[in-house]
Design a protein around this ligand. Structure first.
Ligand code: F0G
Length: 448
């Protein structure tokens, strides 16, 4: 059957508030046309991010009641550690309050000025944390990924030839680690094949450079490998994920994505002396190494979520639902980053709105119109976010896990197609007020 159904039913519901276009216009004016400044209570369908926005299961809520809130040696920590060791094989499992805290600790221990850290594509916090140490963050995406319309099965990988050139040019001693972001969020949510992970791992091992995975969406990546990479069709997502982790020396992880948790992160490594340094730093800002800035109940939610996320029924539904959104808007003529990614659909707003030049922010214009038209919140990933470094003018529709039903997705499809039909009427915006850093979070706009 081709109808997509959620492999769960609903036990607890949250009302969504319908607003009128006039109300939304007023809210937007007050927010300076920046959707980050709109209160969540004014949003009907919130596709701002898939991070920390998951619905937890009854098993997660039940486990939270079991949370052991002991300061040191909490039973909840040992339960989480067993689950993570079993999944990743990493010897040291350090909880943190979210992914970027794990990044900050890892890079503080390993990086210094003059160093270079390659990645398929650094997420903004990863890049910022590397640059904060004085090191340089270098993106080495596959050259094919530059074409948003090329529908390749594994567009998220790293250009290994470019990696070899970088190691040759800069020297092994200046590269403290190699990272691979799985799936490639800033690169359209595209997966990385097992063959590509193996190639990066081989290069890292040959040069004696530690290899770390940014594992935020590891389960979605495992599902893509099962579906698309020859030889893995009969593997379980768990076995694929385990093999992915076995190729690395450690990982950073935001439990706000593929662990269905509302908060939390992990830093894992096989390096004993590095783990000691990391735990020393952890105590300074996050907390004792058996809780790392989290409550015992959060550790429980992560432990259960990490097991649930690898359920094939869940992953099949998850990827099918995201693909459905992508396919339906694409077949209505909306240019999206092809093929649809795991956690989000990215609309190529630059292509959809060629009458709005880059400096008038086509992605922002589309985000605003989608909110005005249908109460949907999305996020611009283009010149507002990255200034002159933006490669494309994209709009990301990130899908929270287990939160919205298929009819919500149908509503989003309909809304986007209606906005697309009137795309010639959309206007550009200009920024009238902005902070020095990370302007997209708080800048204010005016319509042109
Ligand atoms: N790495 C990747 C690939 C991410 O997508 C994120 C967060 C992080 C690291 C940082 O994790 O938020 O727990 O500190 N991405 C969110 C997003 C914020 O909307 O894509 P965090």
């Amino acid at each position: 059957m081709k109808t997509i159904i959620e492999p769960f039913r609903i036990k607890s519901v949250e009302p969504l508030r319908q607003t009128t276009r006039e109300e939304r216009e007023q809210v937007l004016r007050q927010a300076g046309y920046n959707l980050f400044l709109v209160p969540a209570s004014e949003i009907l369908i919130d596709l701002l991010t898939d991070s920390g926005t998951s619905a937890m299961s009854t098993e997660q809520w039940a486990a939270m009641m079991r949370g052991d809130e002991s300061y040191a040696g909490s039973e909840s920590y040992f339960r989480l550690k067993r689950v993570v060791e079993n999944l990743t094989g990493f010897r040291h499992v350090i909880p943190t309050h979210q992914g970027r805290a794990a990044e900050r600790i890892l890079f503080t221990c390993l990086c210094k000025p003059g160093h270079v850290v390659p990645n398929n594509t650094h997420f903004d916090t990863t890049r910022a944390n590397i640059e904060f140490t004085g090191a340089e963050a270098v993106d080495l995406p596959l050259p094919e990924a530059a074409d948003t319309q090329a529908a390749l099965p594994f567009k998220g990988g790293m250009d290994v030839a470019a990696l070899e050139r970088l190691i040759e040019e800069r020297g092994r001693a200046r590269i403290p680690l190699i990272m691979l972001t799985i799936t490639n969020n800033s690169g359209g949510g595209q997966p990385v094949s097992m063959a590509d992970i193996e190639a990066v791992s081989r290069a890292a091992r040959r040069h004696g450079i530690p290899f770390y995975i940014d594992a935020c969406r590891f389960a979605e990546n495992a599902w893509f490998i099962r579906e698309r990479e020859p030889g893995y069709g009969a593997w379980s997502p768990f076995d694929i994920a385990r093999k992915m982790f076995s190729l690395a020396d450690g990982c950073t992880f935001s439990a706000k994505k593929d662990a269905f948790a509302n908060i939390g992160g992990l830093l894992c490594t096989n390096d004993d002396s590095l783990a000691r340094q990391e735990k020393d730093l952890l105590i300074l800002t996050e907390g004792f190494p058996t809780y790392g800035g989290l409550a015992g109940r959060d550790l429980e939610a992560i432990a259960v979520g990490l097991q649930e996320v690898l359920d094939p029924d869940y992953l099949r539904y998850r990827i099918a639902s995201t693909t459905y959104l992508g396919r339906h808007i694409a077949s209505g003529g909306v240019p999206i980053v092809e093929p649809p990614g795991g956690h989000a659909i990215y609309i190529d707003a630059g292509r959809m709105l060629p009458h709005i030049p880059r400096h008038e922010f086509p992605g922002q214009s589309l985000a605003i119109e989608l909110f005005l038209h249908a109460g949907i919140r999305s996020v611009e990933i283009g010149s507002v976010m990255f200034g002159s470094h933006a490669r494309n003018e994209l709009l990301r529709l990130a899908i929270p896990r287990r939160v919205y039903t298929q009819s919500h997705i149908d509503y989003v499809v309909e809304a986007i197609l209606e906005v697309h039909a009137r795309r010639h009427e959309l206007r550009g915006y200009r920024i009238v007020e902005q902070p020095e850093f990370l302007r997209h979070f708080s800048c204010r706009f005016e319509p042109l």
